[in-house]
Design a protein around this ligand. Structure first.
Ligand SMILES: Cc1ncc(COP(=O)(O)O)c(C=O)c1O
Length: 491
């Protein structure tokens, strides 16, 4: 068992709101003073907990704090290590340069950018983040074989500049797949670096400063960030257990018109509403479409995880019944493969295609051919859809399992209610108490959960009663243990 002599440094730290903060401050001091060296391995959380007579979860929380600050990093199955380049080195380098020249450059930012503190949910022992696929189930061997094929038989012309809408054989595979599984046809496919790039491009070419975008009251912040970054103002449409309320959309359209700021774009997740997973009923879809076409409002339909629908065939997307061509359809391989694949796509009305590809070419003037070639081969082999059938079954079992578990916790009044999702990768759970508090307490136990506030467009509307529990990313044993730990239940 690795021992480190840091207790005195921890004891010296000023009192902190939580014990883990005091421990992280002590460890930070040990790194700063050189007691812990760059690259040095830290003891396992359980061992350091024993040395400091602290709970393992408290040590995990202290480690997670230091990871977020860049002092340490974790390596799967190996443990925690002191960072090789310390934040202090970076800042000292900046200071010493500054002293040499005594004339530091005055950066002027044109955008109001907040530092991105992307929390690494995967660093938590129990990761209940809603959209996380179980990457350990992914058939890497199959993909590797297709990458080899792509490199053994390269399409030499495609490797050069040009064809920036995506690798043609992959476009063909995606078109066929969408026609079969989503009843979508007659659209132009443009492949992007994840659907986030698609959202960015669309925002840049369709929105200008002061335009208004309507969205679900609870929704997907990365999409909102792309719209706001283009200068748009966002307005929230009320939602109930079925998704957005048609009357609320109609009212907002009228109000915005009266203000002289008509709605330009509607962003929606109709199949599995993000974050509640509710499916928007057909009647509402039709009513919303009719309002949109009457008022010249474009719709972005984000169909991010349609593959995982358990009860029946998923409803066809709004884009499949779009006579005006006003719906832009988005989807991604981040759930069916893994987010690091960075493959997303748009299925567009042909009149939009050239503008989208032109803007895309400004960002980057070539797509990654080898990855796209390998995925096209994987889809063509039939193994892609075989794998989809396999994981859909597994995720359905995990959904059923978490629902049984939640029913037991509901019986013990640990939670108030929950909704059985017909599809998707998460359950929307109502608590008796503050959701924010539970998610903060969870962090101390190395459990990652997202609470309602995380998804609210308007924070003042946050009733702070709901959490989203992702079930796809962990096996049943881990789900059971994670929930027991979350609700302080002995198993
Ligand atoms: C609503 C929604 N859209 C899209 C995505 C996928 O984004 P990307 O393709 O950029 O990885 C996610 C992933 O979490 C999502 O939740």
């Amino acid at each position: 068992m690795k021992q480190i002599n840091v207790k005195h440094l921890i004891d010296e730290q000023p009192p902190a709101k939580a014990k883990y903060l005091k421990i992280s401050a002590g460890l930070r001091a040990a790194i700063k003073t050189g007691l812990l060296k760059p690259g040095e391995q830290l003891p396992a959380a359980r061992h350091l907990g024993q040395q400091l007579t602290s709970n393992r979860h408290t040590i995990m929380a202290a480690y997670n704090e230091l990871i977020a600050e860049g002092w340490i990093y974790s390596q799967q199955r190996k443990g925690y290590f002191v960072a090789n380049v310390l934040p202090i080195d970076k800042s000292q380098a900046a200071t010493s340069n500054h002293q040499e020249t005594n004339d530091s450059f005055d950066w002027e930012f044109t955008k109001n950018l907040h530092p991105v503190m992307q929390e690494q949910a995967a660093n938590y022992q129990y990761n209940f983040a809603g959209g996380t696929p179980d990457t350990s189930l992914f058939p890497f061997g199959e993909l590797k074989a297709h990458i080899s094929d792509a490199l053994n038989h390269p399409d030499l012309v495609s490797l050069n500049y040009g064809d920036n809408a995506g690798f043609k054989p992959l476009i063909k595979q995606i078109s066929q797949y969408l026609r079969r599984v989503r009843s979508l046809q007659g659209r132009e496919i443009v492949i992007t670096n994840g659907s986030q790039e698609a959202l960015y491009i669309l925002s840049q070419i369709l929105l200008k400063q002061g335009d208004v975008v309507a969205t679900e009251a609870m929704g997907y912040r990365p999409a909102w960030n792309a719209f706001s970054n283009a200068g748009a103002h966002l307005v929230a449409i009320d939602q109930d257990e079925f998704g957005i309320v048609t009357q609320s959309f109609a009212d907002i359209v009228t109000e915005q018109q009266a203000l002289g700021q008509p709605i330009k774009l509607l962003y929606l997740t109709p199949l599995h509403q993000y974050p509640t997973t509710a499916t928007l009923p057909v009647t509402r879809r039709q009513a919303i479409y009719n309002i949109a076409q009457q008022h010249n409002i474009a719709i972005i339909e984000d169909d991010y995880d349609h593959e995982f629908h358990y009860r029946c065939q998923p409803l066809a997307p709004m884009a499949s019944d779009d006579p005006r061509g006003l719906v832009i359809y988005l989807s991604t391989f981040s759930k069916v493969m893994f987010p690091g694949a960075r493959i997303g796509f748009m299925a567009l009305d042909s009149r939009l295609r050239d503008a989208v590809v032109s803007y895309k070419t400004i960002i980057n003037h070539k797509v990654s051919i080898t990855t796209q070639d390998a995925i096209a081969r994987w889809m063509d082999s039939g193994n892609f859809e075989r794998y989809l059938r396999k994981i859909t079954k597994i995720y359905q079992q995990r959904r059923d399992f978490i629902l049984l578990q939640l029913a037991a916790y509901q019986h013990q009044s640990k939670i108030k209610s929950f909704t059985k999702p017909d599809g998707g990768m998460a359950v929307w759970v109502e608590l008796n108490d503050s959701a924010r508090k539970l998610s903060e307490q969870a962090k101390l136990k190395s459990i990652f959960i997202q609470c309602q506030g995380h998804f609210m467009l308007n924070q003042q509307d946050d009733s702070d009663r709901y959490i989203r529990l992702g079930f796809a990313g962990m096996d049943q044993q881990k789900i059971e243990k994670g929930l027991a730990c979350l609700f302080d239940h002995k198993i």
